[in-house]
Ligand binder design. Sequence first.
Ligand code: ADP
Ligand code: MG
Length: 246
Amino acid sequence: MKSLAVFSLKGGVGKTTAAVNLAHAAATSGGRRTLLWDLDSQGAATLLLRAAPPPPAARVKARAVLAGDAPLEALVEPTAFPNLSLLPADRSLRRLEADLAAAAEPKAMRRHLKALGPRFDRIILDVPPGRSALADRLFRAVDLLVVPAIPAPLSAAAEAALAGELARLGADAPPVLAFWNMVDRRRGLHRRLVEAAPERPVIPAAAVVEAMAETRAPLAVTAPGSPAARAFARLWSAVEMALLRA
Ligand SMILES: Nc1ncnc2c1ncn2[C@@H]1O[C@H](COP(=O)(O)OP(=O)(O)O)[C@@H](O)[C@H]1O
Ligand SMILES: [Mg+2]
């Protein structure tokens, strides 16, 4: 099993969008048994991928998991897509996030990922933005960070701040795969920034991406063959190569 977190210090840069499309690519074209773990209590990835309303037993199960009487795996739900499962962000699980971030149990995240390992080949975590104890724990537990960046003057500052955070972890820090998101090649600044880092995958700004909030499905399903869907497929290839090296 290999795990990655889609992370950024900034909100609204495309983390959830990338997590959902990458998870779907891993499950379908990659043929990997894939879990998307929605760690953001906003629950955007859960909203996009949840096939049905939470089952009535979900609350009871969540309580059992929090009490340590059931494995986290008990909360995994299937999605409408083959090979792709969801660990939803639920109000009843808020305490789990707090526990995962608690100083008393620095290895809890790693332990949970390991426990889910036999059932999944790829675990993709959608993480809330910003510095947090949870992010710190995650950095030490995952094999790769995938970081969306919007081509804007301040994105370099955010990337430098993240690099600083990771440098503090030394050898515990995971490798980073950054990509450009919401790129509009008609704009000079976008072209210049993208050309300055030609090795980085690029996702174009596209209406089909925005429409995911309504279609509630990955782009490979709703807009196959679109430039954005093809760009996510290339991003997945780059991610998979980085994971195999990690
Ligand atoms: N490549 C893109 N083109 C157009 N809109 C995008 C693109 N990527 C993300 N968006 C839109 O930007 C908003 C923020 O994206 P989201 O994935 O929710 O970001 P985050 O999880 O980082 O907060 C959403 O409305 C999403 O549809
Ligand atoms: Mg999000």
